[in-house]
Design a protein around this ligand. Sequence first.
Ligand code: NAD
Ligand code: DAU
Length: 342
Amino acid sequence: MKTLITGAAGFIGSNFVHYLVSERPDWQVSALDVLTYAGNFENIASLVESGKVEFLKIDITDREAIEDLFKSEQFDIVFHFAAESHVDRSILGADAFVKTNVLGTQILIDAARAGKVERFMHISTDEVYGSLDSKGRFSENSPLNPSSAYSASKAGSDLLCLAAFKTHGFPVIVTRCTNNYGPYQFPEKLIPLFITNALEDRELPLYGDGMNVRSWLYVTDHCEALVKLAESGRVGEVYNIGGEEEAEVANLEVTRLILKELGKPEDLIKKVADRPGHDRRYALSCQKIREEVGWQPTISFADGLKRTIDWYLANSDWWKRIKSGEYLEYYKKNYGAREGKY
Ligand code: NAD
Ligand code: DAU
C-alpha cells in the first residue's frame, strides 16, 4: 500500500507517520509538508533518515508541484492533514486559512482524482458544527455552523470533498475529530501551552470564565480511527471521531489538572479577555464509527494527560527551540491585547 500523508511534520501528521511505521510496517509512507511555523521536520527526522519514510517538501497550494507528484508516483491512499489549524491565528488573519485549507484541498482533490487514488482521507474537525450549550451532541447529520475563519475554511474543504464524491465518484471519506492532545503538539494550543508555561513559571492565560468545554482525544486513538476508517469505512461518508464522556472537560479543570501534576500553584492561572466567537462546548456522537468499524478510544483523559506531561518534561529542548523567534511575535500579538481584559 503506497500512502501519502500531507501535513506530516505537524502535530497529528507526525504522530500518524510514527503510528503507520509501527502498525502497518508493510505500507510505503511518503510524508509531505511545506514546513510552515507549525511544521517541524525534527518530528519525523529519524524515520526519514533511516529510510523508512520518504520526505517531500511541497506546498499543497502549488498546483504544478502537486500535479507533478501525482504523475510521478502512484499513491493508493492519501491522508490529508495539511492545514492552518489554530483558531486564534485565524482571528488575527484569515488569508492563509482560506488558501491552504480551501484551495490547497481542492488542488489535492484534482490531482488525486487524476492519479486514481483508491482512498482520500480528509481529516476535518468537530468545529465545523459550531457551538453547543450544556446539553446534546453533534451527529454527522448536524448542520454546519462554523464560528471562526479556521472552522469555516475547514467546513469549505469538507464540502469540496463531498461535492467531488457526488460529481466524480471521488473515493473520499471525511472525518471530524474532537480536540487532540499528546506528543509533538505545537505549544500554542491549550494543553502544550499551559504545560510549558507552567514549567517556566509563567502565567497561564485562560480565556473568559474558563468554563468552555472540549472533548479530548489522545492522538494515537485518532490515528487508529483513521487507519480503521481507511480500511473499512464507506466512501462519500462523514464519520465523527471523539473522546468518551469522561474526556469532556472544562478548560479550568484541564488547567488545574496540569498544575497539580506539575506541582505548580494555581495562582499561575490568569483569566484574560475571551476569544472572540469562542465556542462554548463541543461534544460528538460517535455511534457511527463505533458500529461500522468497531473503533472507540482506548486511552483515558487522566492517563493521556499524564503521558503528555511526561513527554513535555522529557523533551524540553524540542519546545524551548520552538518558543523563540516567530513564536514570541505571535504571543505578543495574541496575548498582549488580552492582558487584564477579563
Ligand atoms: P498542525 O498545525 O500541527 O500541523 C499542520 C501541518 O500542515 C504543519 O506541519 C504544516 O507545516 C503543514 N502545512 C500547512 N500548510 C501547508 C501547505 N500549504 N502545504 C503543505 N503543508 C502545509 O495541525 P494539527 O493539529 O496536526 O492538525 C492536523 C489536521 O487535523 C488539520 O487538518 C486539522 O484541521 C485537523 N484536526 C486537528 C485537531 C486538533 O485537535 N489538533 C482536531 C481535529 C482535526
Ligand atoms: O475541536 C477540534 C479543534 O481543536 C481543531 O480543529 C483545532 O485545529 C485545534 O486547534 C483545537 O481547537 P480549539 O480552539 O478547541 O483548541 P485550543 O487549544 O486553541 O483551545 C482549547 C480551549 O482552550 C478553547 O476553549 C480556548 C481555550 N484557550 C486556548 C488557548 C490557546 C485558553 O483558554 N487559553 C489559551 O491561551
